[in-house]
Every structure is written in C-alpha cells, then in structure tokens.
Design a protein around this ligand. Structure first.
Ligand code: HEM
Length: 532
C-alpha cells in the first residue's frame, strides 16, 4: 500500500471538492467524491480516502489471456469477435462505477469517467506529460533502430522535439500559410467526388472511407513537404498505394499487437506483431525516400537563394533548418506527424458527413452560412474560416459523439487522490471521452447530435465542464496537429456543402468499432446529390 502524507491528501481533497462544486452547481454532482462532499466544512472530519488496492477491479485474479477473451466477447458490434475497447469500457463503467482498475498483461491502469477527476489527473501530469505507452509502436523503433520523437518519446527528449515541431504546426501565422495548399487539395477532392459517384442513381461514393483517407494524406503531404502525392488521380503509383495500406495497418494491428502483452507478442512473432512491424517498416521505407527527395530539393533551392514555390517554407524545411534535430529525428517526427494526421482527420470527416445525413435542416443552415461567408469566392482563405461558426460547431459536435481518440491517457507523476482513492505516482490513467460525452450529468440530451449546443447566443448553448470535452487532449502534450486538422476539415466540409446535399442510401445507425481509433463498423453508403 502507498503511504500518502495527510496534508497532501487534504490539499488534493479540496480541489476535488471544487470540481464537485462546479458540477453540483450546474447539473448535480457527478463524482463519488463530489457526492460525499460536506456541506459545512468546519464540522466535518477529513474524508476517508481508500487505498489503491480497494479500487473496483473487473475480473480480478483471472489470467490476462482469459480477461482478453472475455473482453473480445463484450465488443459485440462487429461480425467477428474483436476487442471494442470503447464498448468494453462503457460496460465496465456501468457495472463498476466511474472509476476502476484494470490489470492486463504488463499494463496496470485506472479508468475514469468523470470530468472533475480528469482535472485532478492533469494537475499532476508534470513538466513532461506522459501518455500510456503504445508498446508495439515503440518496440518497432527499438528493434529497427529508429528514433522515437514527438508522438512516442517522453521526458526531455519529447520536450526538445515538441518545441521544434510546435512552432510550424500550431502558430496561427504559420498555419495561415498552409490554407492555400489545403484549399487546392480540397478542390481536387471535390472534383474527384463528383467524378467517381456511382451506384443506382450515380450519386454514391462507393469507398468513401478510402477516398477521404487519400484526401487527408494528400493534404498533410502538401503541408509537410509542399509536395502533392498524386493520390487524387485515377492511377495512383504503386508505392503510394503501399504507403496508404501500411498507414491503415499501423492502426488496424495495434490492438492485436498490444494485447495481452506487446513484448510477449513480439517474442512469439504473433500475427498481430508481424502486421505491426511490416506496416511500420513500409511507412519508414517509403516515407524516408520521399523526405530525402524533398530535402535535396530544398537544399538546391536554398543554394540558389530561392524561396519555396509559393514563397513560404514547408514544415520539413523549417524543422530541417532549426539545427536542433538530427536527420533521424527529422524523419521520425515527420513520419509520426503523418501517422497521427491521416486516419484521425479522415474519420472525423466521415463521421461528420454521416451525422449530417440525418439532419437536412442543418445542411441547409450550413449552406446558408457558407453562402454568406464565402459567396462566389473560389478559394477559401484564413479570413473566411474565422466566420464559419456553424461549421466549427458541427465539427466539435462530431468530435464529442465520435471522438476518434476516444480515451486520453496520462501517467500521473505524483501520488494523488481520484474520486476518493489513493493513486500512486506512475499509475496510468485512462480518461474516457466517449463515455463522458454520453453522461447526462455533463451534456444535456447527450445522445443527440446537436451542434447548436456549441453556438454562442443559441438557445441550446450550455456551459460545458472544461474537462468533459477534450477531443484533442489537454495542455502541453495535446494534439500538435489540431489547427491543421481543423483547417482541413472546415475547408473540405465547406466545399462539399456548397455543392451537394448528403443522404445515406439506406438510412441506419452505424455503430463504431475500435481499430486503434474509433471507426465506423461498416460502409456508410453516403450519396452526394448535386444542389439545385
Ligand atoms: C481530427 C483530427 C485529430 C484528432 C481528433 C486528434 C487527436 C489527438 C489526441 C487526442 C492526441 C493526444 C493528446 C493528449 O494526449 O493530450 C493527439 C496527439 C497528437 N496528434 Fe492529433 N489529432 C488529430 C489530427 C492530427 C493531425 C492532422 C496531426 C499532424 C499534423 C496530429 C498530430 C499529433 C501528434 C504529433 C500528437 C502527439 C503530440 C505529443 O505527444 O506531443 N494530429 N491528437
């Protein structure tokens, strides 16, 4: 058992009370801690804090392999059994309450579904916040001698890489210079959507998931290298196709390579591990080739004293000129950004289009907004984006109900107390965005897709607990591609709404499955019908 000083506990308890007060004030208490909070501070004895070992623990004592099999069976939306972590977590929260401990192979973590407790976690994330180890990805770097950088490293190493990468990715002045490239790609994507529509009435995009995936990869390549990969043409180069498939596999294999234990899977060379390794090998092999070509071009341009094609420096040239990173670190950072940029952004757009299909009234409102803000302009600019308020609200609402990264994780750096339990330093805490979004104490009518709740001045507007909605994470370790992702999403969505109305061929609810990220479980058969 971990010994914690009483003074430190009291201090933390008062912050838990503050979080609880917010919630009771707004919609009633959400956490156990809050519900136990005393009404007259003076007369009340310090609350009893339970030890770590008292945390509810599903399937306590069962071997990991058995737990894994049971977990596979609770993830029953897809045809074959698979580990649908978001469903499993939801089931466990319902059964064991908003906090429980999970021991799985070498992993020992605590899961929470409580905004006040999430706030407490971030208070002790430390100077160099750490996420849950993505062991299969890290182990691949270890065995192949590749660097871990902004996504996968920790401590001072992470900080050094993050500092270099943040500037070109997050500073609004820099992101504004990417809008033209993002707009170019979106225009080509729109043309492609128009030309490949098929199905009985010629309006359906048959493999929309893959088409949006190509859009996201084409967009991020334009931002990172200032190079178009040619993905929106009919005949894609073989190598590019391999790259796309490999990026898919990186996510698709993550659960099979991670559970019940990543190192064990590596040693046994299981199917999941082999798929993960092969995918990363391909991503590095092709990615490094593209970067070599780009760096050489950039150096030649520099030697001739010429700026970039459009007068701006691309991401790769900026980080290459920083002198703070080795060539291997530059490669690994860029590849990690690409890996993090593609499925996340394309799936978010896919979920948004799906949600819009059941809200024709909302499509009309979006059309009205885009007409007012952009009018007949062909190119969408940074200035336009500032005024697309409903578009922003729509994307936020998608990320509330369908957060592609459905849990945020942190390794707490100090002993703390969460919802009345001692949590020792170095414990990994998983915060479920998916379950918080469905909690009626945090969101009114939580299951309803209602973007209006995010609009200032709207009747539906309600205060949201600041830690209940974190689709891009929190603090210094939050998503470094957030601005780029939001820009890409707003620009393509605006162009789609300008030209089409959206309908599902067979309207139905599409459940999510977890393939590393929260993905649709089946093809959505969305039709793009030309607006009159
Ligand atoms: C809708 C799209 C996206 C979503 C929902 C999303 C979400 C997230 C989340 C939840 C995290 C973890 C944050 C945390 O632990 O606090 C993250 C980290 C990260 N994201 Fe994104 N992301 C998106 C797009 C992108 C794009 C386009 C890029 C690259 C251009 C990117 C690059 C990264 C990187 C490098 C990290 C790790 C940052 C670090 O550890 O310092 N993401 N993202």
């Amino acid at each position: 058992m971990i010994m914690i000083r009483i003074g430190a506990l009291n201090r933390r308890w008062s912050t838990t009370i503050a979080a609880g007060r917010w919630l009771r004030f707004h919609r009633g208490a959400t956490s156990q801690a809050a519900s136990q909070a005393p009404s007259h501070q003076k007369q009340v004895a310090p609350p009893v804090v339970k030890p770590f070992s008292a945390l509810p623990e599903p399937m306590k004592g069962l071997p990991s392999i058995l737990k894994y099999l049971v977990a596979m069976c609770t993830g029953g939306t897809s045809k074959k059994p698979r580990l649908n972590s978001h469903l499993m977590m939801g089931y466990l929260f319902k059964t064991y309450g908003p906090i429980f401990r999970n021991k799985f192979g070498s992993m020992d973590s605590v899961s929470i579904c409580d905004a006040g407790a999430a706030r407490e976690v971030f208070k002790v994330e430390g100077k160099y916040p750490e996420r849950q180890d993505i062991a299969p990805w890290r182990l691949h770097r270890e065995v192949s001698g590749k660097e871990t950088t902004v996504l996968l490293s920790n401590g001072e190493k992470w900080h050094k890489n993050r500092t270099v990468v943040s500037r070109p990715m997050l500073r609004p002045q820099n992101v504004a210079t990417y809008v033209q490239k993002i707009d170019d790609v979106a225009s080509d994507t729109l043309q492609r959507i128009q030309s490949i529509r098929a199905g009985p009435d010629g309006t359906e995009v048959l493999d929309l998931e893959n088409e949006l995936f190509k859009w996201a990869l084409e967009s991020i390549s334009a931002v990172l290298f200032n190079e178009r990969m040619g993905l929106l043409q009919d005949n894609i180069p073989r190598e590019t196709e391999d790259f796309i498939n490999a990026i898919h596999d990186v996510f698709d294999s993550i659960q099979d390579a991670m559970f019940p234990d990543a190192r064990f899977n590596m040693l046994l060379n299981t199917k999941g591990w082999r798929k993960n390794k092969q995918a990363w090998d391909t991503v590095f092999q092709i990615g490094e080739k593209v970067m070599d070509r780009q760096l050489q071009r950039a150096e030649e341009r520099l030697a001739r004293g010429e700026p970039d094609d459009d007068g701006h420096l691309d991401f790769l040239s900026i980080i290459n000129s920083s002198d703070k990173l080795t060539k291997e670190e530059i490669y690994a950072n860029t590849i990690e950004l690409m890996g993090a940029a593609i499925d996340t952004t394309s799936t978010t757009l896919l979920w948004t289009l799906y949600q819009l299909c059941s809200r024709p009234d909302l499509q009309d409102k979006l059309h009205q907004e885009v007409t007012e803000v952009i009018g007949q302009d062909k190119v969408i600019t940074w200035g336009h984006l500032k005024n697309l308020h409903l578009f922003k609200a729509v994307i936020k609402e998608t990320l509330r109900l369908n957060p592609v990264g459905f849990v945020i994780t942190r390794v707490v750096q100090e002993d703390t107390v969460l919802m009345g339990y001692e949590i020792p330093a170095k414990t990994t805490v998983l915060m479920s965005l998916y379950d918080m979004a469905r909690d009626p104490r945090l969101f009114k009518d939580p299951e309803e897709y209602r973007p209006e709740r995010w609009l200032r001045g709207s009747e539906d507007r309600a205060d949201t607990h600041p830690y209940a909605f974190l689709p891009f994470g929190f603090g210094t370790r939050s998503c470094v591609g957030r601005r780029v992702a939001e820009t890409e999403l707003q620009v393509l969505l605006a162009k789609i709404v300008q030209q089409f109305t959206l309908k599902q061929r067979n309207p139905r609810v599409i459940p999510a499955v977890t393939k590393g990220l929260l993905m649709p479980s089946e093809n959505m058969d969305i039709c793009f019908i030309e607006r009159k």
